[in-house]
Design a protein around this ligand. Structure first.
Ligand code: GUN
Length: 296
């Protein structure tokens, strides 16, 4: 079997065009332009790149963005005051604090300060808890991107075996909760899982977010499985690779997402979507995705 390769860039491009049209409609019909505030504390090189990509993506589809760069030694109180200001600003529909934060700042106190209705990263405890009950205001962007890719490729989720490798708060755990909400049978594996293959071989849909290059080899994958690689690993030669032996597993899976060009472009796309939805909700526009996670 040779897998069909998911073109995450193309899916992201298509969705961004749709979202851009909705942004312009909101501006022309309601006089509201969605706004995202991105806060960067310090000068972590990777964070700077991520933040630049987010701001640029906003510009591309007409979302107003505000970048707030604070020095690495900024007191926590200054950051909290910025968040308070943005919470109260009606032109700001989404607030994102880029992680990691410098060690002297309490990350949870910062994330919990963001208004739940502007928490477009989905990291506030209310939104994290909402994943358990299907009532989250904003799903976190990477798991939301994985779900959108599966939907776009018309992969059936209900009743399928999903195995998630990696139990992080940002990817593994929320992905598992979201797919369980869609009636999948879900298993979460992590770095202490013994005999990983015993679990991965059960997967109709295998989602890998462990941060270990070549962790998943063909013998660990069921013939015809759908394989979503969320890993981003930088090799010594500077190239980027995922967690899956792409060439080998492509000969066994039915559908596979590459790295780069798979889930990556979807993460920022879902951030744009969450910001757009926040602004649309502000003028009372309801969307079928508001009930996306709600099994109620
Ligand atoms: N750092 C790494 N990934 C993320 C993310 O998705 N959001 C934020 N805010 N920081 C990150």
């Amino acid at each position: 079997m040779t897998a069909r390769i998911i073109d995450g860039k193309a899916v992201a491009r298509k969705l961004r065009a749709e979202y851009g049209a909705r942004v312009e409609q909101l501006a022309s019909r309601h006089g509201v332009r969605p706004g995202l505030a991105v806060i960067l504390v310090g000068d972590n090189a990777a964070s700077r790149v991520y933040v630049r990509n987010k701001v640029r993506a906003c510009e591309e589809i007409g979302i107003r963005s505000e970048l707030i760069a604070l020095p690495a030694d900024a007191p926590e109180a200054v950051l909290l005051a910025e968040i308070d200001r943005l919470n109260a600003d009606s032109g700001t529909h989404g607030i994102l604090v880029q992680l990691p934060l410098p060690g002297h700042i309490a990350m949870r106190r910062v994330l919990e300060r963001i208004s739940v209705d502007k928490d477009v990263d989905g990291f506030h405890l209310y939104n994290v808890g909402g994943l358990m009950t299907g009532t989250t205001v904003f799903p976190p962007c990477t798991p939301f991107g994985v779900q959108k890719l599966l939907e776009h490729e018309r992969v059936e989720i209900a009743g399928r075996n999903v195995v998630v490798v990696g139990a992080s708060n940002i990817v593994g755990k929320p992905t598992a909760m979201m797919l369980m909400q869609k009636d999948a049978t879900v298993c979460i594996c992590h770095k202490l899982t013994r005999d990983l293959a015993q679990f991965t071989l059960l997967a109709d849909i295998l989602v890998v977010a462990a941060g270990v290059p070549n962790l998943i080899v063909p013998q660990m994958v069921r013939t015809g499985a759908v394989v979503i690689d969320v890993g981003i690993n930088r090799l010594a030669d500077g190239s980027i690779t995922g967690d899956v032996d792409f060439a080998g597993v492509s000969r066994k899976a039915s559908l596979i997402s590459p790295v780069p060009g798979g889930v990556g472009p979807m993460t920022v796309t879902m951030l744009l979507f969450n910001t757009l939805r926040s602004a649309e909700r502000g003028v009372g526009i309801v969307d079928e995705t508001d009930g996306l996670l709600a099994g109620i």
